[in-house]
Design a protein around this ligand. Structure first.
Ligand SMILES: [Zn+2]
Length: 317
């Protein structure tokens, strides 16, 4: 049976609905649980998060993919209660945002140890939550070049993806040659990989979009909404119109089926203030209207928000 793991159990791809494929309930750097400046009580996190997920549901959103890695504040019991409260399917991940966010315990581990960790979280469950991971997160460390640890994590992720059929989602799409080599060596078809953050300010000019498409890979325009026009833009912001034109240009070149979109927003950030006003609902409030204004038809919008993520997230062994 075709299925996707959510924190409340496996569902069929038809039940996913509209998907936000790269989001965060709350993301923080390792150690942010000890932060005193930005620390919030569990009640404060709920108060910040529940209205955003309810709004997401009201707009017709079906599934929220949380790609907060193992050491970045992932909290699966919390996700379960949010999903039950709001009716939004939440997919949790295994893996790491990048080698530079893996704590030393994991940073020193072998490929085989990491592979077993990922497979266990996908097939048995994450900790004692009983929830199984639905995607594997990997990433390129700060500096823009894959480190030895990044490569170890990518190889372990590739092996876990081949065994379990769960897809891989990357943080950053720069320096993709070593990643593509590893996936090929491990026998993972590149349509099981979403190269993320290919659209943000610093990374877009350094990402070989068409080269990745040419190998069969998928590309994430998943930082929509981080715009230079907002009040306090982060360093990865990009002019709104420039990103939109870049995206539409790739659609016109025929790559619609290999594109996925998301907002990479935090419902309630951990250990940092977050980016004011930016939420997952940017997708409904700004992106869909922008796409319509740019001439995208309803069938293509459905492909982008429903069919492509369902095809990507469905476990394939
Ligand atoms: Zn992210």
């Amino acid at each position: 049976m075709s299925k996707v793991n959510t924190v409340l159990g496996a569902i069929s791809p038809e039940e996913l609905g509209i998907v936000a494929v790269h989001e965060h309930i709350g993301y923080g750097m390792p150690g942010s649980e000890l932060d005193t400046q930005w620390w919030k009580t569990p009640e404060e996190h709920y108060e910040a998060t529940v209205p955003k997920l309810r709004r997401f549901r009201e707009y017709g959103g079906g599934t929220f993919v949380d790609v907060t890695g193992i050491c970045n504040g992932r909290d699966v019991d919390y996700y379960k209660s949010l999903s039950a409260k709001t009716g939004v399917n939440i997919v949790a991940c295994t893996g790491f945002v990048g080698g530079d966010t893996a704590l030393p315990f994991f940073a020193r581990a072998s490929v085989d140890y990491l592979r077993r960790q990922f497979v266990h979280e996908i097939t048995e469950g994450i900790g004692d939550t009983g929830s199984r991971a639905g995607v594997i997160k990997v990433g390129v460390s700060r500096g823009g070049r894959m480190t030895e640890l990044d490569k170890r994590i990518y190889r372990a992720a590739a092996r876990a993806a081949v065994t379990t059929g769960v897809p891989i989602l990357t943080h950053l799409a720069i320096d993709p040659q070593p990643a593509v080599d590893i996936f090929a060596e491990e026998g993972l078809p590149l349509n099981r990989v979403l190269f993320g953050h290919a659209d943000d300010g610093p990374n877009a000019p350094n990402t070989p979009h068409e080269w990745i498409f040419g190998q069969g890979g998928r590309i994430g325009f998943d930082t929509f909404g981080y715009e230079t026009e907002i009040e306090d833009p982060p360093f990865w912001a990009r002019p709104r119109q420039e990103r939109l034109e870049h995206f539409i240009n790739l659609v016109h070149k025929g790559y619609l089926d290999q594109l996925l979109v998301s907002a990479d927003a935090n419902c309630s950030p951990l250990g940092w203030p977050g980016v004011k006003g930016h939420t997952v609902n940017y997708l409904f409030e700004d992106l869909v209207p922008d796409l319509r204004d740019a001439g995208m038809d309803e069938a293509s919008i459905t492909t982008l928000f429903e069919d492509n993520p369902a095809d990507f997230l469905t476990m394939r062994t």
